[in-house]
Ligand binder design. Structure first.
Ligand SMILES: [Zn+2]
Length: 268
């Protein structure tokens, strides 16, 4: 059963989209609209709902936090519908122009994004009333970018946060880069964290701080065991709680806790 829910956070409209062909959605994703800007575009499987919901709005520009298919899935359709452009980090531009491979589970849960020719983000994005500053935050993906609205203290954070104690990590994520990106973002001034899977309208900064602590703790523990001469397998045996088995199986190992340990182990 598909799910669509609209949540209002002051001026910001959050559209929650869940695709569930054989029961409740396995996972949902948010896109945000504010003053003609659309931040991320949801999954392709929910394209009809997205197009219908945005139909009456006067849109000016689409912004992508990164290329992943749950964020970029409807960029092309929205831009065609409203005759507007979409923008992203130069690496997002490249990915979306050529297209990228996704695994069967990703095709099942989200669907494949259409290729689109994006414009490269400038130093700031301006709507009539707001100014958003793009901040490059690699780690979850190389192209990952968040958008800061300083006056109101909003951070559109894509997949930078997700949760304080994350249980899953993609095989291509880099923990050390995520730690660096979290430190960079924590120097900025904001309170509301508009995460693409878990909006936190208040105390966003303390939530990000807790995530940073969690990642630093994992990183430190892995490095210490490595220094003590433990192999990667021994580190996994020591630290992997193995509570992620169904997800690990379904994603063929692409998403699991051990990927975070491996990413920490391979850092010098
Ligand atoms: Zn992502």
């Amino acid at each position: 059963m598909n799910q669509v829910k609209i949540e209002q956070f002051g001026e910001i409209e959050a559209i929650k989209l869940g695709y569930g062909p054989i029961g409740p959605p396995f996972m949902s994703v948010y896109l945000y609209t504010v003053d003609g800007l659309v931040i991320d575009t949801g999954q392709r499987h929910m394209q009809k709902s997205v197009i219908d919901l945005l139909d009456k709005k006067k849109l000016q520009q689409v912004l992508l936090t990164h290329h992943h298919e749950d964020h970029s899935g409807n960029a092309s359709a929205i831009c065609k519908q409203h005759h507007i452009e979409a923008c992203g980090h130069p690496l997002t531009v490249k990915k979306m122009a050529t297209g990228f491979r996704i695994l069967p589970y990703q095709r099942f849960i989200w669907g494949r994004s259409e290729n689109i020719r994006l414009s490269t983000l400038g130093p700031a994005v301006e709507s009539n009333r707001y100014k958003l500053l793009p901040v490059h935050t690699p780690g979850h993906s190389k192209d990952h970018t968040v958008f800061l609205e300083e006056t109101n203290g909003w951070l559109f954070s894509g997949d930078l946060y997700l949760g304080q104690r994350i249980k899953y990590f993609r095989a291509d994520e880099k923990i050390i880069d995520q730690i660096g990106s979290l430190k960079k973002v924590l120097k900025l001034d904001f309170d509301a964290l508009f995460c693409a899977h878990n909006p936190c309208p208040q105390n966003g900064k303390s939530k990000l701080k807790q995530k940073l602590q969690f990642l630093e703790d994992i990183f430190g523990r892995v490095q210490k065991l490595k220094e003590n001469g433990l192999s990667k397998k021994e580190v996994f045996n020591r630290l992997d709680p193995k509570t992620d088995r169904s997800i690990k199986l379904m994603t063929m190992g692409n998403v699991c806790f051990a990927n975070m340990l491996a990413s920490a182990y391979h850092c010098k």
